[in-house]
Design a protein. Structure first.
Length: 249
């Protein structure tokens, strides 16, 4: 049990990122897809873990939402370069606006279809999840909600049935982010999360690129339906965000 193990599932942004991160450092690991190996979740529950990605060695583990924590766990010093908070928020608002445009382009009869093979997540759930990420961020920094997964892994309300419903949620969250930022918050502080106390700046960065990765997946969904995304996000919109190269796995 001394071998490094990475527990992940398809379509999970942080899962794709941590696997690419370890590969870039030349670190070998056992890849465990919990969607394909449900018994692997029992291994995690035995450790007291209910979500992925997780990097483990024996009975020691670290949540892989923050790569600085992973680098410390594996004993590899890495210099992380991060965009300043104003640039992150500007990109986030651009991403959330684009995701609203693209949500409206999703054919209603496609909403119940799987967004990606190998995972039970519908296109409806994925499009809604883009905005659950900033919703979780706001609840963490404003209301002290530590378990972000309780927000962004929750099923959409039953009343969310159409692309317009998804777009309306996205618009409300974008307005809340704008209002939060207008208060000139101190991003040099820290915030408590289920994976430990994190610098607020680090959490902000992670949530921005997390939204961006899922917005990118929605673009791929539209293209898979033969639909050209309206004013798609560009390389410049993504520039400086530590997004994974891979899309789903």
């Amino acid at each position: 049990m001394s071998e490094l193990r990475v527990y992940w599932r398809p379509g999970c942004s942080s899962c794709v990122k941590v696997k690419e991160f370890l590969a870039s450092l030349g670190v070998d690991y056992e890849s465990i897809n919990v969607s394909a190996q449900p018994e692997a979740m029992e291994e995690l529950r035995a450790l007291g873990v209910r979500t992925v990605p997780v990097v483990a060695r024996g009975r020691e583990y670290v949540f892989a939402q923050e790569l600085a924590d992973v680098s410390q766990f594996i004993g590899r010093a890495v210099d992380f370069k991060r965009l300043p908070a104003p640039a992150l928020v500007e990109k986030w608002l651009t991403i959330l606006a684009a995701a609203q445009r693209h949500a409206l382009q999703i054919p209603p009869d496609k909403l119940a279809q799987r967004a990606t093979p190998g995972r039970d997540r519908s296109i409806r759930d994925l499009a809604y999840h883009v905005y659950q990420v900033p919703d979780a961020f706001l609840q963490a920094v404003e209301d002290g909600v530590q378990d972000l997964t309780s927000v962004y892994n929750a099923a959409p309300p039953a009343g969310v049935k159409t692309p317009a419903d998804i777009r309306a949620y996205g618009e409300s969250i974008q307005k809340r982010i704008t209002t939060w930022w207008a208060k000139k918050p101190d991003t040099s502080g820290s915030v408590e999360t289920y994976y430990g106390s994190q610098p607020l700046h680090h959490l902000l960065e992670r949530c921005v690129w997390h939204s961006a990765q899922h917005a990118r997946q929605i673009i791929a969904v539209l293209e898979g339906c033969g639909i050209a995304p309206e004013r798609p996000l560009s390389a410049q919109d993504y520039a400086g965000l530590p997004m994974p190269k891979g899309l789903w796995e």
